[in-house]
Ligand binder design. Sequence first.
Ligand code: SF4
Length: 327
Amino acid sequence: MINQEAQERRDAEAAHEGLHRVVMFGDGHSGTRVEMELPTAPRRRTGSGMSGVDVVDSLSHQERMDLMRQGLLGSVHSWELVTAVDGPGTRMTVFMNGCPLRCLYCHNPDTFQMRDGEPVMAEELMKKLKRYAPIFRASGGGVTFSGGECLQQPAFLARMLRSAQELGIHTCIDTSGYLGRALSDDMLRDTDLVLLDIKSGDPDTYRRVTGRDLQPTIDFAYRLAREGLPGGVDQDKPVEVWVRFVLVPGLTDDLDNVELVAGYAAQMNQIRPGTVSRVEVLPFHQLGRDKWAALGRHYELDDVRPPQPAETEAVRDILRAKGLTTF
Ligand code: SF4
């Protein structure tokens, strides 16, 4: 057990890029003063490690497998605190290991394999969440499970979503939707927001980008809309969806491809108006390139440049033309 002061220090060390002090009056429930030092969100796609979260490294392979099956243990890459990223408010983003896709532009190739993650007990991660709960409430934030693909570990994710909701913490999953069938109805009820990455609208391009099929993502997208309708399993608190699309020149920027993505997002709103509350067009960048080299993996996008701002805006306009709030 480490004390609060030591924990803050470890957070600070992990952040590498300094701290910002947050002082808030009123935690949304008790009206008490909340003062904490939060690591500044770094400009990278995963956290800087498991600082302040104990990992379990004394388990046999069998014990580890048994605990994972029950959702008591997860394979986690890292976590970080972010503001206005991965959902509203200040959030704890948990990057989980394991992903069935192999996106050419992936920023997190070190999360591809589940076996490469740190074994973390659900209970341990919840302690961390509890600690930040006042900040989440005061800022309108919460927890986001990202990756990798968080749905690769459905039992652990289900347990985390339930526990977070019991604490009144806003929950979000960041997913490609490829494993959408692993999200049970109960998990859907425990999810407030889905960040749905639609990598491409054209099936051939989708396969070229990810190595997998597009259809499971679209099936999942429509289910998210449908289940929030009267009679659906999520009707009492329909899930909100933010669609994300990474714009990669020469790969996903064909305007017909963009039209298809826009069409899928618009169709979700046809099924249930308001399902997709925003679309984010994320310009490709090269920040993940070094990770591929460090892992000895071949990176195909060495020569690809980030899109020009005007190109990104033109793509956003296509989405806006379908009535989608787009950033
Ligand atoms: S889905 Fe995400 S984590 Fe998986 S390969 Fe694609 S970009 Fe990487």
